[in-house]
Ligand binder design. Structure first.
Ligand code: PLP
Length: 388
């Protein structure tokens, strides 16, 4: 009854169909929520491919195939959060191994690297990745992994994925890319030579601010087997209800991303021309330091925009951040609704102030996740809050 997957050639078709087929028992067009922890066996070891739901669940399987297809990868694994997905990748390493990563990372990633894995004997180098050649100075015989995020959170720096992949390959090191900000609609790191793509599915993939989930996608079977072993052994696997919600959310990913990009551009340009704003961070500006790389590796610039307020101390910044009426003041991003966030005290509070400021996360920085509402209401809300 399933359709021929080779017919799903383009993104919007894959988003809706890949990995899914009508329920073989009833013909239901939506993948059912297999809300079960175990599966009956005819005799020990004889079952229909499913034994225990931590290891395998049909709803999650459909989602894993779908996300893998969107990233042009062979294998997908879904986790109970983005951090759970990252945790599995770092568990490929052992004490004494070293990781090279950026100095402008999601706060939770920085916290996990420094507070959980450094004490276990894994060493992390946090460096400026605006030029991938900086990696070369930090490679030694213990380097096992390069972990990058692009665009970075929250200062929207762009890291050259192909250049990092070239360095990783020539030194026999793994390259993992946190593709959360771009989403697979705008950027596909495996096509550019990365070994592993990671998503906080919580964000654009889920898209409706109702699920926390993570994912990894890869092409190499040996890597998949090691990661699937960690996935099942350590157990950060998502439930079937959440898997269903994300399958449903992804069906509109391409449509949502088009509007996120369009609204993001309007917001970035509006902020850039506003007298209360000192600087806007958005990779779509021609004078963004790595605009050319962004144009080369992304199909659009996304809906994330950050801005520094002019002459605003912490009190004034808080006042503005709390004055929005259409944007909501909240952590997270990538949902249909617009959010404003104060990185220094919210998403990036776990990074020490001096480290944070080095990467540009100053007290007067606000980050916007531009949603897909009517742009006129979003601009009016910005106008109002910035006049406070
Ligand atoms: C949110 C986020 C994460 C963590 O994902 P969770 O789903 O919250 O665990 C990792 N990286 C980036 C870029 C994120 O925005």
């Amino acid at each position: 009854m399933g359709k021929d997957e080779s017919l799903f050639r383009h993104f919007g078709t894959k988003a809706i169909h890949a990995g899914q087929e009508p329920d073989p028992a009833t013909g239901a067009i939506m993948t059912p929520i297999y809300q079960t922890s175990t599966f009956v066996q005819e005799y020990p070891g004889k079952h229909k491919g499913y034994a225990y739901a931590r290891g395998k669940n049909p709803t999650r399987d459909a989602l894993q195939r779908n996300i893998a297809a969107l990233e042009n990868g062979k294998f997908g694994l879904c986790f109970s959060s983005g951090m759970g997905a990252m945790d599995a990748v770092i568990k490929l390493l052992k004490p004494g191994d070293e990781v090279i990563t950026g100095n402008d990372l999601y706060g939770g990633s920085y916290r996990m690297f420094t507070k959980i894995f450094e004490p276990m004997g894994i060493k992390f180098h946090f460096i400026d990745l605006s030029d991938a050649r900086h990696i070369l100075k930090n490679i030694n015989s213990n380097t096992r992994l390069i972990w990058i995020e692009t665009p970075t959170n929250p200062t929207m720096q762009i890291v050259d994925i192909s250049a990092c992949a070239g360095i990783a390959q020539s030194h026999g090191i793994l390259l993992a890319v946190d593709n959360t900000f771009a989403s697979p609609y705008l950027q596909n790191p495996l096509d550019l030579g990365a070994d592993i793509v990671m998503h906080s599915v919580t964000k654009y993939l889920g898209g409706h601010s109702d699920v926390v989930m993570g994912a990894l996608v890869m092409n190499r079977e040996d890597l998949y087997e090691r990661l699937a072993f960690i996935h099942n052994s350590c157990g950060a696997t998502p439930g079937p209800m959440d898997s269903f919600l994300v399958l449903r959310g992804i069906k509109t990913l391409h449509v949502r991303m088009e509007r996120h990009c369009e609204n993001g551009k309007h917001v970035a340009e509006f902020l850039r021309n506003h007298p209360a704003i000192e600087k806007v961070f958005w990779p779509g500006f021609a004078d963004h330091p790595n605009h050319d790389i962004a144009k080369k590796q992304m199909r659009g610039f996304g809906g994330m925009v950050s801005a520094r307020l002019k002459n605003a101390d912490l009190e004034k910044t808080f006042k503005i951040a709390s004055s929005f009426r259409v944007f909501s003041l909240a952590e997270s991003l990538g949902g249909v609704e617009s959010l404003v966030n104060h990185p220094a005290t919210m998403t990036h509070a776990s990074i020490p102030k001096n480290e944070r400021e080095k990467s540009g996360v100053t007290d007067n920085l606000l980050r916007f996740s531009v949603g897909i509402e009517d742009i006129r209401d979003l601009l009016e809300d910005l106008r109002h809050a910035l006049s406070i």
